[in-house]
Design a protein around this ligand. Structure first.
Ligand code: 13P
Length: 324
């Protein structure tokens, strides 16, 4: 456990407080994009600089394990400089996605993260409150913002897996927010992690009525939507046309997400769509040129496809273009 505090402020990063305040006022949401390698981060920064969007770059526990936490932090620090080099100083938040323990959150706060999520949603209510409050108390010593979660999201994401979905109960949100002091709240209204969010023939709608009820209980409080990939069918087709085998992959409607972004939802997490875009571009590039073996020749097109996807989300779904 590092005792040395690397302050995110020294790295040129910002916490999410001011960004969320502006997003609620302006009726848009800030992208929560995950990264675990160089090309993903390049695509995120290129897309956000070009659209003048603020951004939350997210690292999960699995990403820290895969890419090494020190390298990821230096990449995030480099992203600030990179954006400047590209000609625009966009606000960048470095966020821990789905922190599952106090120790993990503390480690991230000590090593340059400006925001952490403590996900105690699988715990009994009182234990979730106690754990979240403990993280908030530590984080706020360093002006790091904290996202909590109520309700359980189904699906699999890195190390986080749950088979059942439990909707957030509007009756609990005010008490949770008051007792814990969290800066934002992730809710479960029918989204789920991964590429198989619904079964064919199932109702694909998310519960915007529950979101509206939550907004009434905690007006102007920043809400976060996880698991918000839309699983674009044209991208799934490219994967399957080039040797992939994704059957019945179904996501969240972008129209519904756009409506949510206009409410107090001020952060929307999208990861699976990016994974699909990369996979489609890599499969296509290798299929078209089987003699190719320079990774830049297939990771380059993957980065371009990812940038295009992220720009589309910012402009047509989140509405965060021009808000940096
Ligand atoms: P998707 O799997 O829908 O992209 O969700 C990602 C996410 O919520 C990260 O926390």
């Amino acid at each position: 456990m590092p005792t040395r505090i690397i302050s995110y402020k020294d790295l040129g990063l910002v916490n999410s407080r001011e960004l969320f305040r502006k997003a609620i006022k302006g009726g848009y949401a800030i992208p929560g994009y995950n990264f675990n390698n160089l090309e993903q981060l390049q695509a995120i920064i290129l897309a956000c600089v070009e659209t003048r969007s603020p951004v939350i770059i997210q690292v999960s526990k699995g990403a820290r394990k895969y890419a090494n936490q020190t390298l990821l932090r230096f990449l995030a620090q480099g992203a600030v400089e990179y954006a400047r080099e590209l000609g625009y100083n966009i606000p960048i938040v470095l966020h821990l996605d789905h922190g599952d323990s106090y120790e993990l959150c503390q480690d991230c706060i000590n090593t340059g993260f400006s925001s952490v999520m403590i996900d105690g949603s699988h715990l009994p209510y009182d234990q979730n409150v106690a754990l979240t409050k403990k993280v908030v108390e530590y984080a706020h010593l360093y002006d790091v913002t904290v996202e909590g979660e109520l309700g359980v999201l189904a699906g699999i994401e890195d190390d986080v897996a749950s088979e059942t979905h439990t909707y957030t109960q509007p009756d609990e949100v005010e008490d949770f927010v008051n007792k814990t002091g969290v800066d934002s709240l992730a809710i479960a209204i029918g989204t789920s992690h991964g590429a198989y969010k619904f079964k064919p023939g199932e109702d694909h709608a998310i519960r915007l009525d529950i979101l509206a009820e939550i907004e009434k209980r905690i007006p102007n409080f920043p809400i976060v939507l996880h698991s918000s990939s839309s699983i674009p069918q044209d991208i799934v087709k490219i994967i399957n046309d080039n040797g992939g085998r994704l059957k019945d992959a179904i996501g969240i409607s972008e129209d519904q997400l756009r409506l949510a972004a206009k409410s107090t939802v001020c952060k929307i997490n999208i990861d699976s769509d990016g994974r699909l875009a990369v996979t489609a571009a890599v499969r296509k590039a290798l299929n078209e040129k089987p003699e190719e073996f320079d990774p830049r020749k297939y990771l380059g097109p993957a980065r371009d496809a990812l940038k295009a996807l992220y720009m589309h989300k910012i402009i047509n779904v989140l509405g965060s273009n021009g808000k940096a």
